[in-house]
Design a protein around this ligand. Structure first.
Ligand code: NAP
Length: 259
């Protein structure tokens, strides 16, 4: 299926690795020009080169911290009129809420709620004016089912989800959709970093722990970031104009509810 986004400009945040990278790769494969953002320049430039050689797409790399005003300004200077915006940033650290102070909360809310809202604010009216826009927020399965040790993530991402639910109904009339994609467990650096702590606590090697953990997922394995990227590309497609304000779980069947 041709997704109808050839030549569209996509800004993909936090995209040198993992899920963001996979979204950029899938969008580029569909012919979009992609601007990718991450803090570490080396991995970012490598990813830009990989996407170019895999897809032939125009790729611009911006080394910046997307959670800062300066970082967002740099990203928007490189991609001033995005047709597609993929919001993403690193997730907050795990822990016990008794140990988190106001500063920890502000940091999580800044990264996982206010940064996407700021980027939506900066880009949505241009999309409305051009009568095409696709905004995807990478959130987490923790929005549907809280993860005990990730209270900062559960809370900040739920705030973003609530905000988006309202705005997404206002923009769709102009062919601008806003949706969230909720990853379950994908084999990325972030997941391995998190599970390394659990492995140590369980007296297992990381490999043993990953193997055992993957078997608890109904699919019997972790998600492949490429699967996430392909869903993102579809949600950003011309065909997806009637889909807005939705929360797409992609978790290999982990969420146990009927609805
Ligand atoms: P990852 O593999 O660790 O990749 C994170 C990417 O984001 C890297 O490119 C990183 O590059 C970039 N990044 C992090 N903070 C940034 C910032 N402040 N500004 C710009 N770029 C930044 O992580 P992932 O697994 O893809 O996770 C992506 C998001 O999905 C996270 O919020 C995570 O919590 C959430 N999530 C992931 C899973 C999963 O199973 N993987 C499940 C649920 C939710 P630099 O470090 O160089 O900036």
């Amino acid at each position: 299926m041709d997704l109808g986004i050839k030549g569209r400009n996509a800004l993909v945040c936090a995209a040198s690795k993992g899920l963001g990278r996979a979204c950029a790769m899938s969008l580029a494969r569909e012919g979009a020009n992609v601007t990718i953002v991450a803090r570490g320049r080396e991995a970012l430039e490598q990813t830009a080169a990989d996407i170019r050689s895999a897809t032939g797409a125009r790729v611009t790399a911006v080394a910046a911290d997307i959670t800062t005003a300066e970082g967002r300004a740099a990203a928007l200077a490189a991609c001033p009129q995005p047709d597609i915006l993929v919001n993403n940033a690193g997730g907050p650290p795990p822990g016990d809420f008794r140990d988190w102070n106001r500063e920890d909360w502000i940091k999580a809310v800044d990264a996982n709620m206010l940064t996407p809202i700021e980027l939506i604010r900066a880009t949505v009216d241009g999309m409305i004016g051009r009568k095409f826009g696709r905004i995807v927020n990478i959130t987490s399965n923790s929005v549907k089912a809280p993860i005990e040790e990730l209270g900062l993530s559960n809370a900040a991402r739920s705030g973003l989800t609530g905000f988006v639910a309202g705005l997404a109904r206002k923009t769709v009339r102009h062919n601008v959709t806003i949706n969230n994609i909720l990853p379950g467990q994908f084999a990325t650096d972030r997941l391995k970093g998190r599970l390394a702590v659990n492995a140590k606590a369980a007296g297992q090697t990381l490999e043993q722990h990953l193997e055992a953990r993957s078997k608890t997922i109904p699919a019997g394995r972790f998600g492949d970031p490429a699967e996430f990227g392909e869903l993102c590309a579809y949600v950003c497609s011309a065909q997806a104009a009637f889909i807005t304000g939705q929360n797409f779980l992609i978790d290999g069947g982990t969420y146990p509810g009927t609805y």
